[in-house]
Ligand binder design. Structure first.
Ligand code: ZN
Ligand code: ZN
Length: 375
């Protein structure tokens, strides 16, 4: 097992080194928690932005994991492909020493993860140590390696999703008038944990009645009422890998509006799932669903992207966004969500979210949960 893990890490390091050469970087400083885990195997996760469990410094010939006393033994055990170095008064001096020793002139860093304060400190420490290095902000380098999943990663995600669906099946019958959103969220959270999840992919969303018009509502004291649409969005995490699932329920007999909105969202989802193939641009995938919702007159009410990649992070590449600046071709082997929604302020909303695995010729819907039967 340890050997398999090391060979996985060696393969991933080799892919990153090819990218370093392409981008003419001497090394990359990795601060993103999922990127750090993906490359090294070290599974610690920060609970706060201002905290760090460690960083990686990877050059053509070296791979270091820099951390402090709290994580030293853990990192050494989980990341045998890396040399673990411990710092005491912060990363700066240790990093400066390594940059000098390795002769790094052009250093990539993860602009999306290294805070402004950390960057200024690290650059200041390097300068003070007399190291002449160009700091080159980078985005998406390791993320691009994470986009296509190995069969082992896909298998883990199927398991995380199966657990998530089992919890949904248990909780759905409990969703009845009088319960608060918070209570339903706790029923979900408790069952995910008891069912064997190593953690939550994200805090469950329970949005009822008018609150369901807010796509990322935080469950509160609102007590569910007869006739309410209720959006449940949940996901287990297993070995770091996430699942993501949304279904919308209706308490009691659905209104005509609920029927129309629900059918439209489901049809949009069905069209996208049937039409997405590898090589398709991500905005074209989004358009498959968006056109259905626009044709039904709800274009303005679908204010988010069709979906997002899932993996070690619950939101990662690719982004199935309508915005041109985020357009990428969809790749076989990637796993992402298809989650159209319609949100009407004052009334509520409907979102339906599946996970799909893109094969060479089609998108396989990994989610097995059905839908409301509205005649
Ligand atoms: Zn979700
Ligand atoms: Zn999602």
């Amino acid at each position: 097992m340890a050997d398999m893990q090391t060979s996985l890490q060696t393969t991933r390091l080799a892919s990153l080194r090819t990218l370093l050469a392409e981008k003419e970087l001497d090394a990359l400083l990795v601060s993103g928690p999922e990127n750090r885990r993906f490359l090294s195997g070290f599974s610690a996760r920060e609970e706060m932005l201002a905290e760090s469990c460690g960083s990686l410094l990877i050059s053509a010939g070296a791979a270091y994991l820099l951390t402090d006393f709290r994580y030293r033994d853990w990192a050494a055990r989980e990341a045998p492909a890396f040399e673990v170095l411990t710092y005491q008064a912060g990363l700066g001096d240790t990093l400066a020493g390594l940059l000098k020793e390795l002769g790094i002139r052009r250093l990539g860093f993860e602009a999306g993860y290294l805070t402004c304060r950390s960057y200024e400190r690290l650059a200041g420490d390097a300068l003070q140590a007399g190291v002449e290095v160009e700091w080159s902000p980078r985005e998406g380098m390791v993320e691009s390696l994470r986009e296509v999943k190995t069969p082992e990663e896909a298998a883990l995600m199927r398991r995380a999703l199966a657990l998530t669906e089992a919890v949904f099946r248990e909780v759905a019958p409990l969703v009845t008038p009088g319960l608060t959103e918070r209570r339903v969220a706790w029923e979900i959270e408790r069952r995910l944990r008891e069912g064997g999840a190593h953690g939550l992919a994200f805090s469950p969303i329970v949005a009822a009645g008018p609150n369901s018009a807010r796509p990322h509502h935080h469950p509160g004291d609102y007590a569910l009422r007869e006739g309410d649409p209720v959006i449940l969005d949940l996901g287990a995490r297993l070995e770091g890998y996430c699942a993501d699932l949304t279904r919308t329920l209706c308490l009691g007999p659905p209104s005509d509006r609920f029927r129309e909105v629900y059918r439209t969202v489901r049809e949009a989802q069905r069209r996208a799932e049937a039409g997405i193939v590898p090589g398709m641009m991500s905005d074209a995938a989004d358009a498959l669903a968006r056109e259905v919702i626009m044709a039904a007159g709800y274009g303005e009410a679908f204010g988010h992207s069709l979906g997002h990649g899932v993996g070690l992070a619950v939101h990662e590449a690719p982004s199935l966004s309508p915005y041109k600046d985020r357009v990428t071709p969809l790749k076989a082997g990637s796993i992402f969500t298809v989650e159209p929604g319609i949100y009407l302020t004052g009334w509520g909303g409907v979102r339906l979210e599946d996970m799909v695995l893109l094969h060479e010729d089609r998108a396989e819907v990994l989610t097995s949960l059905g839908f409301l039967e509205l005649e």
